[in-house]
Design a protein around this ligand. Structure first.
Ligand SMILES: [Zn+2]
Length: 111
């Protein structure tokens, strides 16, 4: 069980890493574009869903290493709680446990 949770946490952190790169490459912040397309950050490695988010929402959520973007319905209730529902996607917060520890450890914005 713990190993499964760690795997989910690791996958989600990997997708977050990719999305951070998408944000930088798209240069959304500099060009003033107000939305960007990111990958679903659910822990399922075969998930290929994309999510359209506003740059301001992306930045706001990304400040908290325990928050992730998932396509509507992709939340995993055993490791996370839906804290916001938006058109096409939900924001989830990791429950404390292995997945949350992994999310913090792998946060690309922490030192
Ligand atoms: Zn997904």
């Amino acid at each position: 069980m713990e190993e499964r949770e760690r795997r989910i946490g690791r996958n989600e952190a990997l997708f977050r890493e990719v999305n951070e790169r998408i944000e930088r490459v798209s240069g959304a912040l500099q060009t003033g574009t107000d939305s960007m397309t990111i990958l679903c950050e659910c822990g399922n490695e075969s998930c290929v869903e994309r999510i359209e988010v506003s740059v301001s929402d992306y930045e706001r959520i990304r400040k908290d290493p325990k928050l992730f973007f998932v396509h509507s319905g992709h939340a995993k209730p055993e490791v996370e709680t839906v804290v916001e529902e938006h058109e096409g996607y939900d924001v989830v917060r990791k429950n404390s446990g292995p997945a949350a520890d992994m999310a913090r450890e792998l946060d690309p914005r922490s030192d």
